[in-house]
Design a protein around this ligand. Sequence first.
Ligand code: ZN
Ligand code: MN
Length: 487
Amino acid sequence: MADLEYRVIIGLEIHVHLRTATKMFCGCELVYDQQANSRVCPVCLGLPGALPVMNKKAFEYAVLAGLALNCEISRFTKWDRKGYYYPDLPKNYQITQYDLPFSEHGYVEIPTDDGQVKKIRITRAHLEEDAGKNTHTSGNYSRVDLNRAGTPLLEIVTEPDMNSGSEVRVMAVELQRIVRYLGISDADMQKGHMRFEPNVNLIIIKDGKEYRTPIVEIKNLNSFRALERSVNYEVVRQLEEFDRTACVMVKGNKTTRGWDDAGQQTVLQRGKEEASDYRYFPDPDILPVVVTDEWFEEIRGRLCELPLKKQMRYMAEYNLSEYDAGVLTSERTNAEFFERVVKAGGEPKRVCNLITQVGLKIANERGCSLAELGLKEVDIVTLARMIGNGDISSSAGDKVIHEMIVSRKEPEQIIRELNLIQKSNAGELVTFVDAVLAENAKAVADVRSGGKKSKAAIGFLLGQVIRRTKGQANPEIVSDILNKKLN
Ligand code: ZN
Ligand code: MN
């Protein structure tokens, strides 16, 4: 088994809750963590005679997502009923889009390990409504909460273009960034705003022949970690199963498995239904949607630069590392704040350090965005310039921006009050250096010996000088003086 040559093939189905004020086909408020069954009405309860009405905003959000996923947007789309019986589905059918989804044939670009991008093709994206929620507690009964029933749900289906658990994870993270950038979903995993269902199988090469293992769909994963781990688990399980049974993919042997987080394994659930089992048919209660040119252009006008493009632009234009650019672009408002500071004249790398190392940390603690910290763009520009000029050290810069957020004072005032101006005057610093050299004959000897200890010793002496100046000495200048004196 260990020496089998194989390739992993993964397609992904993603469900995303759209952030609208009300549900997909009724006026019930969309809220989380409210009393069970407090946000329901005849429509989402499926009472006889109730008529659904499409949420226009949800449709616009979905089209915006379709555009961001580079899909062809259909100008005519209709609604279908997908029939199945389950306690959390009071109508006994789900309103969805079967043969005429609003968008098809797109792609998403994801970053690869070697700094390139890979295209993952999107088969289709359609709109539907979510079901309610069953809670299985103790006792021989379950609770049903229908507050979630009717939540607008964007379903995205990819082609089987991913080849590892980590790649699926990257794709999922990228989709999360995209829907957040578009402002169409909070995509909060904890609240179940995003759920993943990977389809996994392997192509195994044995004795020059290719074998495909049966496809397994892993249901309802609600964290990136579970997504990656369940796929990795499936790869090993399928290899082992092939080795044992030589079972290969044939029509109808696709199965569904769940992820057991405690046991860190996938567990067989059932054979997969065919589309015919769902008895799809057009919903006679809802009109098809026709997207006019005018409406289409209006929605397209809301597109923005997408996160990966932005991240790569930051790397090219501002010479930032992939990591820094990733942190800055992880949220759109933060990226926009950064861009405003740079536009106001801030040196990008220094601005990045200031706002990611201190600003973002405080913003996270306060649960707000960078822009909401009350920082003025020009103040950050000033601070970055003072660090660049060597007026203050970069560690002092961190102190200053922290203080700017807490006290809302201007940087010059804080620097004065905290006495942070760096001593860069060589004449003044020589006195400190001489004193330190006189007191540390051993370290001086170590440096002059040029041996292994020399590097550590010079670091030690530098530290001593900076300490003597209460952290105000400019380390570069002290370094120069030390080198001159000791060589
Ligand atoms: Zn309702
Ligand atoms: Mn679905």
